[in-house]
Design a protein around this ligand. Structure first.
Ligand code: TXE
Length: 482
């Protein structure tokens, strides 16, 4: 058992300094593979949020007036520094979150890539000139929002840090980041790397803490000009309401219950792979997980036999062993997922495979598939956020479409077919912010991402994030001789 003195300690990052929270409290994060504490982290509360927001506000003029090409150079330096520390950051991420090392390495690379991508964008954010009559010159400029707040979830901590912070900084905003209480470590580390390569003090602040004590005072802070939130629907609604009360710009990326439709003409081997990645990557703790397999009746048995064989061969272990699947993130989340396993049994009967927690330390559950799931079951409608796949069968295109859209969420959707007409009809008719054709998680840092329906609003990634982090100013000049 680790004692307090064995644990690494992480403080807040405010104005470029590592500082302890005013109240002097610490909380512990836990290694999900062992259920033992892994790090002590200074716990921010309202006075600390005030300090961080003040630092970000203080430095805003300097940062927003730094020439865009210089901002780009600095963000490239952050990307290089993250890459140079990839292995160390990945090891930390794995211990904090539980994910397999290969996945953690890829998340760190993705974070670096976001900094690199938005470094390239920094000096290409320009407005339009609008033709009016000869009496006027009219043009628009894109200006940063000001102080932005990033509230980050625990499932992809490093990845989403890059996704939210890099475009904010590239476009001249300053940032206050509240990482999830389960996984705060890499946010603190990356802010330190950013300081090291010359990001000015106060531009990037990190305030670990709990949702109610640190997240809420940040998202409702009257000096915050933009809020980016990724998390659950109820918390998103709360964050959205408090932002709107301050008339603050907000975008919400909330969960999903995404359909994965497989047709008989698909490359079935690749569709099985894609289905496995879609639901078991990160132990299903992904907002864009493919949690509903909608499969054509003609191939259902063959497909499920192959799927079950592959699931039975999966290696489940601590993330450090780089298995196919690691543990869930926390005791609380383990309870949520195992409750759904019990509910699934009641609603759909015994699973085809899995259905149990593993009998070992840590928060491990088996990859699980429930067959014959009807749309009115809770396991078909609610985001389980675990390695739990529900299967429904269809016989016609209309039926597949109806099943695909029959949920309140609309984050992503996937289809496997060689018939491109059918794929594009699906893309047209499905109510989701992103559509994958023949590969789950297709796309990259360049492609806009965000939800329809209860999955939220606003877009991140790609150039769409530039819109999210800037506001348009229109300038109209009367140029007639006076
Ligand atoms: O989410 P919360 P939780 C879904 C997933 C999961 C469920 C609950 O289904 O099982 O949400 O997870 C901060 N004001 N997703 O409880 O509460 C919190 O500290 C401001 C989907 O972890 O939404 C953390 O930093 N902030 C998802 C972040 O919000 C608050 C990713 C997310 O926490 C706050 C994660 C408040 N009042 C969970 N309360 C996705 N879309 O990818 C909490 N927070």
């Amino acid at each position: 058992m680790a004692t307090q003195t064995d644990l690494s300690t992480y403080d807040l990052i405010i104005n470029g300094d590592s500082v302890t929270a005013e109240a002097g409290e610490y909380f512990e994060t836990v290694n999900p593979a062992t259920a033992e504490p892994f790090a002590r982290v200074s716990q921010a509360r309202e006075p600390d949020i005030d300090r961080a927001v003040a630092a970000a506000a203080e430095t805003f003029d300097e940062w927003s007036s730094t020439p865009p090409e210089e901002r780009g150079r600095l963000l490239n330096a952050v990307a290089d520094e993250i890459r140079s520390q990839q292995e160390r950051l990945a090891q930390l991420e794995t211990r904090d979150n539980g994910k397999p090392l290969s996945h953690a390495r890829s998340d760190v690379e993705t974070c670096a890539r976001y900094f690199e991508y938005y470094a390239g964008v920094a000096d290409k954010v320009h407005g339009d000139s609008i033709p009016l009559t000869d009496e006027y010159v009219d043009y628009t400029v894109r200006e940063p929002l000001g102080v932005t707040a990033q509230i980050i979830p625990w499932n992809l901590p490093t990845n989403i840090f890059g996704r939210s912070v890099a475009p904010a900084l590239a476009t001249g905003n300053t940032a206050v980041v509240k990482p999830a209480e389960q996984t705060p470590v890499t946010a603190v580390e990356i802010a330190q790397l950013a300081s090291k390569v010359g990001i000015p003090d106060g531009v990037l602040n990190v305030v670990p803490g709990y949702g109610r004590e640190a997240g809420a005072p940040l998202s409702s802070h009257s000096d915050v000009d933009g809020v980016s939130f990724t998390g659950s629907v109820p918390t998103g609604i709360e964050v959205g309401k408090s932002a709107v009360e301050n008339v603050t710009n907000v975008h919400l990326e909330l969960g999903g219950k995404s359909p994965n439709v497989v047709w008989p003409d698909a490359d079935l081997d690749s569709a099985v792979d894609s289905t496995m990645t879609g639901i078991f990557a990160n132990a299903g703790q992904v907002c864009s997980a493919g949690s509903r397999l909608i499969i054509h009746e003609d191939i259902k048995n063959e497909f499920l036999d192959e799927l079950v064989d592959r699931i039975e061969a999966m290696e489940i272990d601590a993330g450090e062993a780089d298995p196919d699947m690691g543990p869930l993130v926390s005791q609380e989340h383990f309870k949520k997922v195992t409750d759904y396993l019990e509910l699934g049994r009641k609603e759909a009967g015994d699973p085809l495979v899995g259905g149990e927690a593993l009998n070992r330390d840590g928060y491990f559950v088996e990859p699980t598939v429930f067959d014959d799931v009807d749309s009115d079951m809770r396991i078909a409608q609610e985001e389980i956020f675990g390695p739990v796949l529900s299967v429904s069968e269809f016989s016609s295109e209309a039926e597949a479409m109806e099943l695909a859209n029959d949920v309140d969420y609309g984050l992503v959707a996937g289809i496997h077919t060689q018939n491109m007409g059918r794929a594009h009809r699906f893309a047209r008719d499905v109510r989701a912010g992103q559509v994958y054709v023949n590969e789950w998680f297709a796309g990259g840092e360049e492609t806009p991402f965000g939800g329809f329906k209860q999955s939220g609003f606003g877009r991140e990634k790609g150039l769409a994030a530039v819109d999210a982090y800037t506001q348009i100013k229109n300038v109209c000049a009367d140029i007639t001789p006076k």
